[in-house]
Design a protein around this ligand. Structure first.
Ligand code: SF4
Ligand code: SF4
Length: 411
């Protein structure tokens, strides 16, 4: 019987090492990769050779035997969390969905608290269950731009749902807190069940990945309703003639695939490209794309909580952007959009969701990327100050001082 409980299919694994040998965040020779895989397939454990892993999941496509090594990396990282006895406070601050368990110092909730009265009213309404043929789950990041989503004519037939603490659990999972991630995901499913709907439209690809892949494959939890992505929904509306492109973008841009693109499947990757073309974007591929896409950099935060790791991870992506030779970059992940906006100077970052709304005639008066204006609010500024020693520290990642920030539990 397999010792692995997080979705790794150990019986399929032949310890060939191909998963690690092609990793962009670890420097493994073919022999080293095989040795590491022999170690970690002997039983789930943390080994220092995996220190660079950001759990991007891209080793899955390199596996010739469909053993899901990405799930194994998550499971190994869970052992690291146990060994460390906690997580860096900078990482804890980035995890939403734990208010029900007493965590309240949280980046997303601080952003929501900084919204204006009209936006707060929309968020309040989104927290209440709805009855609708199509239900749009607005995830943690897209809840930073409530007015654009709520006032959209293109989205008017879909009821919106998503309260401040409704999260899929992806950031807890990426942090190695798998049990917490499972509880957050399970709470979301129970919250979604309070609604009455035929199909769920999911705005964020991370949520889609968690609901359709991680919860069933890692935790055995099946989601009992059909799910489509918001991009599939937009394309469906354009192709059936119920939405029309009135302001085509006419921009030549490189398309940046996020970590979740590949995990959501080949059809998902095609939909975003067809949609981008339908709204007038002329997209070209980055050298690493689709199943081999590079992380924008945000995944680095969930390695060790340090901004330095975000910067070095983003630097790998920057080489791809330079090779593509385009000044415009379109992302369909809100996190990738923000990372390109803030960490890739010289490039104009587009968020596909905003571009689609705009092309279909909706105003996007307050773009997602202006969330920084809320950073100056006292509560967020105070919390950022408190987690900054953890985010800025120069010491190495396995410091025993990696403890959950007290304010993440008691605020
Ligand atoms: S999950 Fe990503 S970073 Fe980690 S070993 Fe696999 S490919 Fe490398
Ligand atoms: S998980 Fe797949 S690629 Fe990695 S060692 Fe096992 S069989 Fe090879």
């Amino acid at each position: 019987m397999t010792a692995f409980i997080r979705g790794f299919l150990a019986d399929n694994c032949n310890q060939c090492g191909k998963c690690l040998a092609g990793c962009h965040y670890g420097d493994f020779t073919a022999t080293q990769a095989r040795v590491v895989m022999q170690k970690i397939t002997a039983g789930p454990q943390w080994v220092p050779e995996l220190a660079g892993c950001i759990r991007c999941g891209k080793c899955d496509y390199r596996c010739p035997d469909d053993a899901r090594p990405g799930s194994l990396m998550r499971e190994c990282f869970e052992y690291r969390r146990r060994a460390d006895g906690g997580i860096p406070s900078s990482m804890a601050y980035a995890i939403n969905g734990m208010a029900a368990e007493g965590w309240s110092a949280n980046f997303f909730r601080d952003v929501y608290k900084g919204l204006g009265a009209a936006d707060k009213k929309i968020l309040n309404d989104w927290a209440a269950p709805k009855k609708s043929k199509d239900l749009l789950f607005v995830g943690c990041t897209d809840r930073m731009m409530p007015a654009a989503v709520e006032s959209s004519k293109v989205l008017r037939n879909a009821a919106k749902f998503g309260g401040p603490d409704d999260c899929c659990g992806v950031w807890a999972i990426q942090a190695g807190l798998l049990e917490e991630g499972f509880r957050i995901g399970e709470r979301l499913i129970n919250r979604l069940k309070e609604n009455r709907f035929d199909r769920l439209i999911v705005g964020c690809g991370h949520c889609q990945k968690v609901l359709t892949r991680i919860l069933p494959e890692t935790f055995g939890l099946t989601v009992p309703f059909p799910i489509i992505s918001i991009y599939e929904y937009f394309l469906e509306r354009i192709e059936t003639g119920s939405a029309r492109v009135t302001r085509p973008l006419k921009t030549d841009a490189a398309i940046s695939d996020p970590c979740f693109g590949y995990e959501n499947g080949a059809a998902y990757l095609e939909v975003v490209r067809r949609l981008a073309a339908a709204i007038g974007l002329s997209v070209s591929e980055l050298p690493h794309n689709r199943e081999d896409a590079l992380c924008c950099g945000y995944g680095g935060l969930f390695n060790d909580g340090r901004i330095a790791r975000v910067v070095t991870t983003a630097a790998v992506k920057r080489r791809d952007l330079a090779a593509a030779g385009k000044k415009h970059v379109v992302s369909y992940c809100p996190g990738c959009h923000l990372l390109v906006h803030y960490f890739q100077p010289g490039y104009k970052s587009h968020y596909l969701l905003e571009d689609v709304l705009s092309a279909l005639g909706d105003p996007v008066a307050a773009p997602f990327s202006i969330f920084y204006r809320r950073l100056a609010r006292p509560r967020m500024a105070w919390n950022l100050l408190k987690v900054s020693p953890s985010a800025l520290r120069l010491s190495n990642i396995s410091s025993p001082s990696c403890e959950i920030h007290p304010d993440a539990r008691h605020d």
